[in-house]
Design a protein around this ligand. Structure first.
Ligand SMILES: *Cc1c(COP(=O)(O)O)cnc(C)c1O
Length: 369
């Protein structure tokens, strides 16, 4: 019964090696390895076209993009954010000497509860940093309304939201900035990588200066920037990845449909609904929620899968607010975050990736049944 080979929560998609060689040859010939070279420029344009957004600034990874986004918008003081995320989201605030203020989540989507944001706003609040968890949109309209009322910036951690559309535009067009991750484990990868999506040329320029030490030209440094540039090999790799992205998302969609159907009648297991108004959902994750009436705890299910060589992941557990550097913040108190506390103890993300064999999907379903 146990699988002979381990199956992990994800497996990176890779382009064909022979298709990559000519790109490498070009890099070898040109000797241009980084610093906004040809592949970098082309990938920024191609991703913008694919996503339907105005400006893309490529980064070495999403964490550096998050860090830079706060500098780009000159965020100060307190930032309202979610505890139900990967730790890079709130780490980017600490790293910028900003105070994270945690707000509870919507129990269905796992996204920040927009109705609880207002009560967390103080005179020190300057921004909101929500996450589109598993690619489902936050309540972007309500969040923008609050931002307009209180004069706050909105930066979305959109690491899960590549390609997702909402109400007939890219989800990445909401808010002041959106951050993407192109890490190996994400839907679209450049091995490591990330991007900031911006909507006007001035902001795009500021971001591009900041990711290159703050250099505006050879002799002018406009801010204490960082080095978070993507290199030419990764950018070339990304161009090839873009060719397969539609096909890969479709394969994910098929797997998600099999899981959804197979688990629909299993008492005590819920799957993630897709928010109304979404198009081109990317099926980046397949989270399931183990409820009390399932008969086994989440960790028992997690171990059972593991003993069958199936390595799901508990995204996101533990909550960010349980880590020592966040624990002492008032808003981290579990009594402030009941839904986040609950979901973190229910979730398992099941394996999903384009080349996952359908037999294995059925096997996972039968174990859960
Ligand atoms: C993956 C991820 C990140 C970090 O991305 P990197 O590119 O690995 O730095 C940030 N936030 C969320 C929600 C993520 O899932």
């Amino acid at each position: 019964m146990k699988l002979d080979k381990p199956v992990y929560v994800t497996q990176p998609s890779l382009p064909k090696l022979d298709e990559f060689i000519p790109y490498l040859q070009e890099i070898w010939d040109s000797k241009i390895l980084t610093n906004n070279g040809k592949f970098h420029q082309t990938l920024e344009k191609e991703i913008a076209k694919f996503l339907g957004v105005k400006y893309v600034s490529l980064f070495a990874n999403a964490t550096l993009a998050l860090l830079t986004s706060m500098q780009a918008l000159r965020i100060r003081g307190e930032v309202i954010t979610t505890p139900y995320t990967f730790v890079a989201t709130s780490n980017s605030l600490i790293w910028n000497n900003l105070k994270p203020v945690f707000v509870d989540i919507d129990p269905i989507t796992g996204n920040i509860d927009a109705d609880k944001i207002e009560e967390a706003i103080t005179s020190n609040t300057t921004a909101i940093l929500p996450v589109h968890v598993y690619g489902n949109p936050c309540d972007v309209l309500k969040i923008q309304e609050l931002a307009d009322t209180y004069n706050l910036k909105v930066v979305y951690d959109a690491a899960h939201a590549f390609g997702v559309k909402y109400k007939d535009t890219s989800l990445l067009n909401y808010g002041d900035l959106s951050i993407l991750s192109f890490h190996a484990t994400k839907v679209f990868n450049t091995m490591e990588g990330g991007a900031i999506i911006s909507h006007d040329e001035k902001t795009k320029k500021r971001i591009d200066y900041l990711k290159n030490f703050g250099f505006k030209d050879e002799v002018t440094v406009i801010a204490a920037g960082i080095n978070s540039k993507m290199n030419e090999m990764q950018a070339a790799f990304g161009l090839l990845q873009l060719k397969d992205i539609d096909k890969n998302i479709l394969l994910r969609k098929e797997i998600a449909a099999i899981y959804t159907k197979g688990l629909s009648k299993v008492k005590g297991i819920n799957v993630l609904p897709i928010v109304k108004g979404v198009r081109d959902f990317n099926f980046s994750y397949f989270p399931i929620f183990i409820e009390e009436n399932y008969g086994k705890s989440r960790d028992e299910v997690y171990s059972l899968l593991k003993s069958n060589n199936i390595f799901g992941r508990r995204y996101f557990y533990p909550l960010v607010t349980h880590f020592p550097m966040y624990k002492r913040i008032d808003s981290s108190n579990p009594s402030n975050l009941p839904f986040a506390e609950a979901i973190a103890n229910k979730v398992i993300c099941l394996p999903i990736y384009p080349n996952l064999e359908i037999e294995i999907v059925h096997k996972i379903i039968s174990i859960l049944k």
